[in-house]
Design a protein around this ligand. Structure first.
Ligand SMILES: *[C@@H]1O[C@H](CO)[C@@H](O)[C@H](O)[C@H]1NC(C)=O
Ligand SMILES: *[C@@H]1O[C@H](CO)[C@@H](O)[C@H](O)[C@H]1NC(C)=O
Ligand SMILES: *[C@@H]1O[C@H](CO)[C@@H](O)[C@H](O)[C@H]1NC(C)=O
Length: 384
């Protein structure tokens, strides 16, 4: 309004400014999400929480030992022209692929990136951090990382920014109806906490596996409930994959190609059973919420067991890495050996799936049946 009044006082410029204003207003109407959640112009948001499986670059802004900011990480990531972005894989993460398939523009921007401001956040924000876990102590060996408690604190900041952008009531509607909250976490609580030889031996002596996984569930319940209090309604939570079968574990335990580490997989399965119960309880207790359980464990195990069926040549050897029989000791970096056939490897590096594997995993989460994603798949969750 002030703009128009000013224009009135400047006779000659009046028309020009009105025209410019109209153009600006028209282009705002056609391209900007508006404060009306029923409007199809609001395409929906993807808020991504978790660890290095879905980190899209947050750790680039931390002083941490857990980083994927050097080549050849990202070599197949088209949006960056093959330059590293901080993603711990050669291309897109599962979070990227799912967002693309659901028609959400841009990949959710890393919370710590300077451009995570303005309307970009209306399409989602990524809080995930390599080395992060459910428990605060997880990932201490990396010095810095964002654990889940901190990631939820950060969403609380985003939440207030969305209020400012859309107004309180539209913001609430948008977050409740058009936003998907995905949580991919838990592996580090085992790999970089409970199972670490020296650092957590104390914890393992004082705490058995059952009470450790109970602890994880208690903290996750609190974290998910906080997201619900901040208007999250549509959740998908991944269980922990077969961490005993990754190249790192196979290498350090000197296993045969088709063997996995029992203890690690047993811990994952124990946690996963409790997670499934937790999500059922939360869905029943928090009105209007939907909690989807993503059975990453069975999905990845299927890929590993029947890798040939899916067009892979190996499910034991890392494409990028060094050390031992499966290149599974030293993380991927400029001096690593690099395979030629990246899309024929289930694993990109000692810990993380390749983009080719991520595409297959994402496809099942989007369109699969209840064996892998229940009680509904992500396409159904989106329109629920
Ligand atoms: C923001 O910057 C990051 C790099 O830190 C980039 O990956 C991302 O695509 C940018 N997002 C937007 C919406 O411009
Ligand atoms: C975890 O750390 C965060 C930030 O450092 C803190 O706010 C939170 O209370 C801690 N959680 C627990 C359970 O100690
Ligand atoms: C979000 O932040 C506000 C303070 O700005 C605090 O009062 C509130 O408890 C926080 N909510 C959650 C769920 O952490």
């Amino acid at each position: 309004m002030a703009f128009y009044c000013n224009a009135n006082h400047h006779g000659v410029k009046y028309k020009l400014i009105i025209n410019t204003t109209l153009v600006v207003v028209l282009s705002l109407l056609s391209s900007l999400p508006r404060g009306d959640a029923a409007d199809d112009n609001l395409l929906g948001a993807s808020f991504i929480f978790g660890d290095s499986l879905v980190d899209a670059g947050n750790n680039n802004y931390l002083s941490t030992l857990s980083k994927a900011d050097s080549t050849p990480n990202g070599i197949d990531f088209k949006a960056s022209g093959g330059k590293p972005t901080g993603r711990f894989t050669n291309g897109r993460t599962i979070g990227d692929i799912v967002g693309e398939e659901l028609g959400i523009p841009n990949y959710a921007t890393p919370f710590l990136a300077p451009n995570a401001t303005g309307k970009a956040i209306l399409y989602g924000v990524n809080y995930a951090s390599g080395g992060g876990g459910i428990l605060n102590a997880t990932g201490r060996i990396f010095v810095n990382r964002l654990g889940m408690d901190v990631q939820v604190d950060y969403f609380n900041i985003t939440r207030k920014q969305i209020d400012k952008l859309l107004g309180a009531s539209s913001a609430r509607d948008y977050i409740q109806k058009k936003s998907i909250f995905s949580i991919t976490v838990g592996s580090n609580d085992f790999l970089n906490n409970y199972l670490l030889p020296i650092i957590s031996i104390g914890a393992r002596i004082t705490q058995n596996a059952d009470s450790f996984t109970d602890d994880m569930i208690t903290h996750l319940r609190n974290q998910l409930t906080r997201l619900y209090q901040l208007d999250g309604r549509k959740f998908v939570v991944g269980n922990v994959g077969p961490i005993g079968c990754i190249p790192y574990q196979k290498t350090i335990n000197q296993l045969n190609e088709n063997e996995c580490v029992d203890l690690a997989d047993k811990l994952a399965r124990q946690y996963n059973a409790k997670l499934k119960d937790l999500l059922t309880q939360l869905g029943e207790n928090l009105p209007g919420s939907t909690f989807v359980y993503a059975n990453v464990y069975d999905l990845v195990l299927e890929l590993i067991t029947n890798y040939k069926k899916y067009g892979f040549n190996t499910a034991s050897k890392a494409c990028c890495g060094n050390g031992g029989q499966y290149a599974g000791i030293i993380p991927c970096g400029p001096s690593s050996s690099l395979c030629d056939d990246r899309d024929k490897h289930v694993f990109w590096d000692p810990y993380h799936p390749s983009e080719a594997a991520n595409v297959l995993l994402a496809k099942q989460l989007l369109d699969g049946d209840t064996k892998y994603i229940s009680p509904m798949n992500l396409r159904q969750l989106r329109s629920a």
